[in-house]
Write a protein that binds this ligand. Structure first.
Ligand SMILES: [Zn+2]
Ligand SMILES: [Zn+2]
Length: 424
């Protein structure tokens, strides 16, 4: 039967001027007469069709608004569902949700969750890991350290066990996303629209939701609550920059998912005395000129565990220390993880020459000259000029005052060719 041509008044056997009461009475009579249960088996199929037609006629004619639309536009204004103005298939909720997407009109669950987007984003099996940097002092990396701290995280609501609703309440399937938790939107990509999946704004990616009165009182439908927990991490001795310390399952809990991990990425704090490379350490030690020449026996540096490191110099009488000389101390570097081995310590010698406070008498200087090694034989030259000098010269000035243009030094960024051309 062609629905577009059907006359609803005729189906019910009433006049166009029939009152609402007439419609109701006519419907009852027709429904009873055509009820599939009341007819012989052979007539059942026909009866069913007629029964549906009667039902539809009543749905439209008994509703003032729909009856007016029918009277004005005829059956073409309706589809099979008896609802005016739309194609077959989607229900009103879907259409409203598409029109008012982000407004969360069906249950007040507004706001986007922290769900990952992207076309393949589905509910992950495991909730996301929490990655964070953790700055550690070199002393703590040397000795190892246990750190306790309070952490606030989302845990499954203890009242509703993550259901989000009251005990007997049932969640409503989200019609915005048809229970998928995600919906497809069209995103502008250049001049085209490209489909992308985003967490459903109506149900927050859950696929269903509770109406306000059914929501769990404790978590207010969020399924999780905030909880403080004491966490403890152990930084093993010898740990280094980039190492990860993993607290399994301590990330935010998400209902229906394995909780993710908290992952600490170790960042080594800069140390004022020591520098580290792999398992080795280096430090600069200050040695006076007298010590460099005559030897010494004393603590030169305080190690990361507080021990004084003592050096006796020289081993062979008469040996002197030179500026920049390196004393390698085996086995005094950083511990190597899961072993008793250690790296080495490299001590770089800085000779402290006497400063302005040193006022030796001419007699003392004469003695020193006698005691210290004599200069090389004099340089032979035909003519000799005695010159003035600035005792505070600076090599930064070296080449900076080129009389031929003077810009050669500033151009050094452009590479060697410029410098070479300028000097040729
Ligand atoms: Zn709850
Ligand atoms: Zn949804």
């Amino acid at each position: 039967m062609s629905k577009a041509n059907v006359d609803l008044y005729e189906v019910l056997g009433i006049d166009k001027s029939a009152s609402k009461d007439d419609v109701r009475k006519a419907y009852r009579k027709a429904a009873l007469a055509n009820h599939p249960d009341k007819v012989p088996e052979a007539e059942r199929e026909d009866a069913e069709t007629r029964f549906k037609a009667v039902q539809e006629a009543y749905d439209i004619l008994y509703d003032d608004e729909k009856r007016e639309i029918y009277d004005t536009h005829g059956m073409s204004a309706f589809n099979g569902s008896g609802e005016p103005g739309m194609g077959a298939g989607p229900d009103l909720d879907d259409i409203l949700a598409q029109m008012f997407g982000g407004m969360g009109g069906m249950g007040g669950m507004g706001g986007m969750g922290g769900m990952p987007g992207g076309p393949h984003a589905r509910k992950p099996r495991k909730s996301p890991d929490e990655e964070q940097k953790y700055e550690v002092r070199l002393e703590d990396l040397y000795k190892g350290k246990t750190v306790k701290f309070a952490s606030t995280k989302n845990v499954i609501c203890s009242h509703c066990q993550g259901k989000g609703g009251k005990e007997r309440a049932t969640a409503r399937k989200c019609s915005t996303c048809d229970g998928e938790g995600y919906k497809q939107i069209l995103r502008p990509m250049g001049q085209f629209l490209s489909p992308a999946m985003v967490p459903c704004p109506t149900c927050n990616g859950a696929g269903d939701y509770f109406v306000d009165k059914d929501k769990c009182k404790k978590c207010k439908g969020k399924k999780t609550t905030e909880a403080k927990k004491m966490l403890e991490i152990y930084i093993p001795r010898g740990a280094r920059e980039g190492d990860k310390i993993i607290l399994e399952g301590e990330a935010d809990q998400v209902p229906g998912q394995e909780p993710g991990d908290i992952v600490f990425h170790i960042v080594e704090e800069e140390h004022e005395t020591f520098r580290r490379a792999a398992a080795d350490l280096t430090a600069t030690i200050d040695v006076t000129l007298a010590e460099a020449l005559t030897g010494f026996s004393r603590v030169v540096v305080k190690h990361l565990d507080g021990r004084g490191i003592e050096i006796q110099h020289p081993k062979t009488p008469g040996e002197v220390l030179y500026p920049g000389q390196v004393l390698k101390v085996p086995g005094e570097g950083m511990p190597i993880k899961r072993s008793d081995a250690r790296g080495d310590l490299y001590l770089v010698v800085n000779i402290k020459f006497p400063d302005g406070k040193w006022k030796p008498s001419p007699a003392v200087l004469e003695q020193l000259k006698e005691l210290l090694p004599k200069p090389e034989p004099p340089i032979q030259a035909d003519t000799v000029d005695e010159v003035e000098f600035d005792p505070k010269g600076n090599l930064d000035d070296f080449g900076a005052h080129d009389p031929e243009g003077g810009s050669a030094w500033e151009d050094e960024d452009e590479g060697e060719t410029t410098a070479q051309c300028a000097t040729q």
